[in-house]
Design a protein around this ligand. Structure first.
Ligand code: SAM
Length: 394
């Protein structure tokens, strides 16, 4: 959040400063949590592409401090109010549940919380967060992350997974946008694959993965690929994410790697043909549990494409069955992930401009950028004497 802004952007921008968040993105994560209960039963989290750190702040405040936000906080207030009413109208009557919820204003920190945040940029320290400065697309980052999660990790043992697996991996990664739409979407998808690959190395079965995507033409192929690894895949758009932007978040729940799958540091997904091979490999399967919804666009000629079906064997282990079916030509086989708009309806509209309240004072950013990519350009411009160079006076 730049210092020069006059707070005229949107309500979330101003709210972020008022509430002490390092970036307005904090509201996106809070609204995603409100919809999907992301933080339920979660103690180990990896926050990818985390700078300046508003998502890590949310994690720190919810998991380490035990603060409540959004619907959870509202439910607490309502429970307290009901308890007060009970005291007024039926003194002496205590509903145990009510009492339990009424005192939840106290912070309830969780035990054994471990949060690792990674970014190319330095992240100013946050309570309880391990920060790493690294590139998530670089293979060397995986062992770094595994070591941060588990100090006993030995990088020499190849393909070793974290001994202390992770409940939730979140990634808000975004490249510097060039304005060339297809290029931006391509680079974003590479970040997403890097995030997914890291997630596959550290997630425990049942774990969750949330990542930013740019909704491009072929995004439905991505949904089908994610469906190989997760029971539920949703596309979510928090109200704090501008409707005018192609940004959305994939929310993948219940990590169930196909039988025999192990994440590979040598052959990451998104590089080579590993993922497409997985999608076309046939396996001998047992009864169908939850067939995915397949749609094909009408376009005349027919082609052969894989259909994905989650199945379970006798041990209840999920696998993916792939079956070739005829679909219209042009690679139009799609798995439509349910689209969910999240955030309370009373939430601010991020595309709207709200009138500033009378006497509004513009606040300083909570955390000025540590090493923004434009820092060098600013220094050079300053050395030159400003945007137009030094003016010479006669
Ligand atoms: N979630 C963050 C927050 O709440 O403060 C905001 C993330 S910001 C939108 C996107 C971040 O992605 C940037 O800080 C950028 O440095 C990071 N990023 C982009 N490419 C990356 C890469 N290859 N490895 C690590 N971080 C990357």
């Amino acid at each position: 959040m730049g210092k020069s802004s006059k707070d005229k952007r949107d309500a979330y921008y101003r709210l972020a400063k008022e509430q002490g968040w390092r970036a307005r993105s904090a509201f996106k994560l809070l609204q995603l949590d409100e919809e999907f209960d992301l933080f339920a039963n979660v103690t180990r989290v990896v926050d990818l592409c985390a700078a300046p750190g508003s998502w890590s702040q949310v994690l720190s405040r919810v998991l380490i401090k035990g603060e409540k936000f959004g619907r959870a906080a509202w439910e607490d207030r309502e429970a307290k109010f009901r308890q007060q009413m009970l005291n007024v109208f039926s003194p002496g009557v205590t509903a145990t549940q009510e009492v339990a919820r009424a005192d939840s204003d106290e912070l309830k920190p969780r035990k054994d919380v471990k949060i690792v945040a990674i970014d190319l940029q330095p992240i100013s320290p946050l309570p309880g967060i391990i920060t790493l400065r690294a590139d998530i697309t670089h293979p060397a980052t995986v062992p770094l992350l595994l070591k941060a999660l588990d100090p006993d990790y030995e990088p020499s043992k190849k393909n070793q997974q974290a001994a202390q697996p992770v409940d939730l991996v979140i990634s808000d990664g975004a490249p510097d946008v060039t304005g060339l739409h297809d290029l931006d979407i391509y680079v974003q998808s590479q970040l997403l694959f890097a995030a997914l690959n890291l997630a596959l190395c550290v997630l425990k079965p049942g774990g969750k993965f949330v990542a930013k995507i740019f909704r491009g033409k072929n995004v439905d192929v991505l949904y089908a690929q994610l469906k190989i690894f997760f029971e539920h895949v949703y596309v979510a758009k928090p109200r704090s994410s501008r409707a005018s932007s192609v940004e959305a978040f994939i929310v993948c729940l219940n990590f169930q790697p196909p039988k025999g799958f192990s994440a590979s540091l040598e052959e990451p997904l998104g590089v080579g043909h590993r993922l497409s091979n997985m999608m076309t490999e046939r396996s001998s399967m047992l009864p169908i549990v939850a067939p995915t919804l397949l749609q094909s666009q009408q376009s005349g000629a027919w082609d052969v494409a894989p259909v994905f079906t989650r199945v379970e064997d006798q041990d209840g282990i999920a696998e993916v069955e792939v079956e070739d079916v005829s679909v219209p030509e042009g690679n139009h086989t799609r798995w439509i992930a349910p689209f969910i708009a999240c955030g309370d309806l009373s939430a601010f509209d991020s595309d709207a401009s709200y009138k500033l309240p009378p006497g509004h004072v513009s606040l300083d950013p909570v955390q000025p950028p540590t090493a923004p990519p434009y820092k060098r350009a600013l220094e050079m411009r300053k050395a030159k004497g400003g945007a137009y160079g030094k003016t010479t006076t006669k």
